[in-house]
Design a protein around this ligand. Sequence first.
Ligand SMILES: *Cc1c(COP(=O)(O)O)cnc(C)c1O
Length: 427
Amino acid sequence: MASSSPLAILGGEKAVTDDDGDIFQWPIVDKTDEQAILEVLHEGSMSGTDISRQFEAEYAQWHGMEYALCHNNGTAALHAAMFGCEVGVGDEIIAPANSYWAAFLPAFSLGGTVVFADVDPDTLTIDPGDVEERVTDDTKAIVAVHHGGYPCDMDALMSLAEAYDLKVIEDVSHAHGGLYKGRMVGTIGHVSAMSLMSGKSLAAGEGGILMTNDQRIYQRAVAFGHYLRTHSDITLPELQSYIGLPLGGYKYRMNQFSSAMARTQFARYPQRLAEIQKAMNYFWDLLEDIPGVNAHRPPEDSGSTMGGWYSPTGLYRPEEVGGLPNSKFAEAVQAEGAVCGEGVTFLWHLHPVLNELDIYGHGRPTRIAHSSRDVRQGEGSLPVTETLPERTLRIPSFKRYRPKIIEQHAEAYRKVALHAEDLLGAE
Ligand SMILES: *Cc1c(COP(=O)(O)O)cnc(C)c1O
């Protein structure tokens, strides 16, 4: 009975006995960051672009990319990427419904709309087979979100792009520095965009960056939201006449405090990323054989990695633990003193903003304001995505490799998984 259970939630000893210390602290900020920001402050150059350009050059070089363009946040970078790919009135983008809204919502203000595709149950990234089912003559782009850091199936997505003449926009906001079959994510699609928000693994406060090897996409992104750079960066005849004004009516340049921090954070990033990867992989290695919870990471010999492991997730398989709901599992792990929660919580395709709201006064929902057909999707339209609230867990986001504390957190998961039956009768 309950009284004999070792689980802390039923009166047993806690698995986590040590203090977390700084293992979850992010971003890691030191004197180098402080000094860089103070320099900007004392020079009075917060609105310049010099530091952004230095960061762009460094970041592009790290990826082996031709063009990089700093933005005031990742949302703006995605908006500009969509404009760069000519998403316009009546066009459709295909995106996943389980990630962040900035991966699709900016399409609305371009006159475009979104069609959501389902995801793979193990990678949690967009399922190329389902994408293909949803391609129409109006499809312009696919947004590939490397969810939780897991690289999308880029080979398949790029083949679809080739076959149907589409653009692929990589959203790398969870995966800075990650690899897909040995190649850096953010270098494979036609354009990539990523957030540098303070919670992201490369953290500049608020910021975003767009990268591409396509001159036209780059210059369109400059023309869209960087009016001061139109003079220096635009050479294409089709954009020449409009130099001096941002075509989007947006002003998307990055604050130089953020650019300065982006540079100092980036200088230490490869080494910090390696530590995050070591810590997160260690956690999963310790849990390889338990029932109910599977690692969300690519196979070791795939040449793919999880990048920054932003918002790390576990794959929850209730059928392996007697049907115990993930909310109960998470509660029991928390009682052990470890970090755990329900995982994916977004099902954007069911949100009223996507289905009902007339944002701009078209006289009908914005989602279908310019479409030739009703692209709205009800319950049941994304069968895998819709199971994710029950089939994922939020796991600890370790930023440092501290084996003892990681082992204690893993032990909390192991205990609950192995004694799940103690919780089944307890309701
Ligand atoms: C954070 C995030 C963004 C947006 O970035 P901001 O810098 O917050 O605007 C876009 N896509 C994904 C997947 C994100 O997680």
